[in-house]
Design a protein around this ligand. Structure first.
Ligand code: G3I
Length: 379
């Protein structure tokens, strides 16, 4: 190699290398994807996990940038991950998700500050292993929220402040938060979150809260916060749904009821399970599971066309309703980018092959994808 040419080559190679690097970290958001026809209606989001963000699956990030304009960390911001031990925070993975999203002009949803699940036992105990007092647990909650929300101040669009606080019958779920602090733990969490980032939106999030009984428990929580002048911007309906349930007319009714309270409505974790599943396992109560049986895993070799069509029709029916309510609905987030990533492959029955999303395991749009695009194009 002629050494004299090196400065010249540097002039060519360095900008080229920088461009490639920029393409990797800032996957172009310009390509038209799922999100684009929904501009002016609502954001289209996805959950993001470790394999996607660390590049184990190199196809994931460009695909996310192309198809979604909002991301939610599937697990990285849960208490057990981000605050695994007293005084020890681990922001690394969540930071990567947030920085990817911001580079690509996406909304970032913080999930989740207060939940009965995925919260380590130590949170509720003192150093001697005795249950904390109300005051001590409130201090711990405040410290956690101030630290996590403070860390992402100005970066996270909105937080799922409290997740799944209501039982199926509409009563308050008996959690350690409720038992130790009392039912004002919800208002305290919202107050702390607002103090930590006054500009962030704050949401209450739940599953099955389109069902009448549960909805009747959620509405007073929203009203109570509003009456006390505490910020609440929206209510998340997780949307862990099935081919045969719920009847989407209740989703229609629910969006209307929540919107009448003056809050935004979001579908926050949506997918449609296509596998036979006992009805007592509908929802997302992750402590409930059932044993694997081949008869409950019928589509290992592929989804039959008839079911593919049923799924597409079901998605179309849902999106007709969501688009009709687009004044109230601000975001629809899918829980996973394609079928391979859905938690429904392993819950409530482990080791199944499920097909609940709009893209297949090879990132190929399914008939359900075209069905929802068709609905928005009719508008
Ligand atoms: O990452 C570890 C891996 O290192 C380990 O070998 C493996 C063995 O069990 O576990 C892996 O972690 C699992 C993690 O998912 C990542 O796959 C956890 O065990 C498992 O509990 C965790 O499940 C998550 C679940 O919440 C509980 O946090 C699901 O991914 C996630 O989709 C699900 O999401 C929740 C929402 O946050 C709230 N609404 C319900 C929804 C579904 O349960």
């Amino acid at each position: 190699m002629n050494m004299k040419n090196i400065p010249k080559m540097k002039n060519i190679l360095l900008p080229a290398a920088l461009t490639v690097l920029m393409m990797i970290t800032q996957c172009s958001n310009d390509k038209t994807g799922l999100k684009d026809p929904f501009n002016g209606y609502f954001l289209i989001g996805t959950s993001v996990n470790k394999a996607m963000i660390t590049g184990t699956d190199p196809l994931a990030l460009p695909f996310i940038a192309e198809n979604f304009n909002s991301v939610t960390a599937e697990n990285a911001m849960k208490w057990e991950r981000i605050h695994p031990e007293p005084g020890k925070y681990d922001f690394a993975l969540a930071d990567s998700i947030v920085s990817f999203a911001l580079k690509n002009n996406m909304a970032v949803i913080g999930h989740v500050l207060v939940w009965h699940s995925q919260t380590p036992d130590w949170v509720f105990l003192d150093s001697l292993g005795n249950p904390l007092t109300r005051e001590a647990l409130l201090d711990r909650l405040k410290e956690h929220i101030y630290t996590v929300v403070g860390h992402y101040r100005g970066k996270v669009t909105g937080w799922d402040v409290v997740n799944e606080a209501v039982d199926e019958d509409g009563s308050m779920r008996q959690t350690k938060w409720l038992q130790i602090i009392g039912d004002d733990y919800i208002e305290k969490a919202f107050r702390f979150a607002h103090e930590a980032d006054p500009d962030a939106e704050l949401y209450y999030n739940d599953y099955n809260n389109e069902e009448k009984a549960k909805r009747a428990g959620v509405i007073p929580i929203i009203r109570d916060l509003q009456e006390k002048g505490i910020r609440i911007d929206g209510v998340g309906i997780q949307g862990h749904w099935h081919l045969d349930s719920p009847d989407f007319s209740i989703v229609d009714e629910t969006i209307g009821e929540y919107a009448a309270l003056g809050v935004k409505v979001m579908i926050t974790e949506m997918e449609i399970n296509v596998l036979p599943t006992p009805a007592w396992l509908y929802g997302a109560e992750i402590s409930k599971t059932a044993e694997y049986r081949d008869s409950l895993n019928p589509y290992v070799e592929g989804l039959p066309d008839s079911v593919q069509t049923q799924l597409a029709d079901r998605y179309a029916a849902l999106f007709r309703i969501l688009l009709d309510h687009s004044d109230a609905v601000s975001r629809v987030t899918f829980w996973g980018i394609n079928d391979a990533y859905s938690w429904k492959n392993d819950w409530p029955i482990p080791g199944r092959t499920n097909y609940p999303l709009l893209f297949d395991r090879n990132y190929k749009p399914k008939p359900a994808y075209y069905a929802v695009i068709n609905e928005v194009k009719k508008k």
